[in-house]
Design a protein around this ligand. Sequence first.
Ligand SMILES: Nc1ncnc2c1ncn2[C@@H]1O[C@H](COP(=O)(O)OP(=O)(O)OP(=O)(O)O)[C@@H](O)[C@H]1O
Ligand SMILES: [Mg+2]
Length: 254
Amino acid sequence: MISIRGMTKFYGSFEAVHDLNLEVRSGEVFGFLGPNGAGKTTTIRVLAGLLPPTEGQVVVAGKDVVKEPLMAKSATGFIPDTPFLFERLTGREFIRFSGRLYGMSAAELDREGERQLEFFELTEWANQLIEGYSHGMKKRLAMAASLLHSPEVIIVDEPMVGLDPLGARKVRNLFRQLAESGVTVFLTTHELSTAEAVCDRMAIIHHGRLAALGTVEELAARAMSPGSPLEEIFLRLTIEGAAHDHGMATNGVP
Ligand SMILES: Nc1ncnc2c1ncn2[C@@H]1O[C@H](COP(=O)(O)OP(=O)(O)OP(=O)(O)O)[C@@H](O)[C@H]1O
Ligand SMILES: [Mg+2]
């Protein structure tokens, strides 16, 4: 459902992502983890069709994001790390505006828009201007807007940032439910407990290069720390100077 082949991204002469190869299956929740500056948001923006890759091919829901950008985007729900919202609109106006961009009919919008507002507990605030929303409410509105058109693939950068514990739990459950209904979710997060709870598989990226890929158990085996929590595996695979050439770590983690 997502296929990244030989993807490299340069900003000027700086290589942010190097020769990335990943395949994400339909109905999978895939976690993309890595330290600050590793290249996660860069990869997410390429997947969402907002940044062209310097090299390589990226296919989302069977559509090449460079050659068929509109088709790829119409199959995708994208939730950026910092939501971009028109603050002088009300929540309901923003939902209607977003739905129309995806070509939804008024009837579909009435049904789906209200359903999403209700799910994200925004109905009570739907007629208030977005500028008065809290950080978490803005995040929930951005999620609601991105799910309106029933996308096959959801690409989400740091979904849990700004959500309270109940909101975060609801979103974790939502991702699992969507995956069970066949939707593919590609997410980045620094919350390793979230990754462990919702992701079927995950990749760890470090300095723009894939450091590990697999289930938690597979990553643990690769980090030679079977049974360790994901935090220890993550640190073993990403801490400076701790990895051998083949990506395994033996020291450097207390
Ligand atoms: N527009 C840009 N121009 C130049 N360099 C950039 C640009 N965007 C990102 N970078 C650089 O590319 C690298 C990867 O950045 P990216 O935002 O993808 O990291 P990230 O993994 O999302 O990090 P974080 O966990 O902090 O969100 C960083 O070194 C960053 O400084
Ligand atoms: Mg980022």
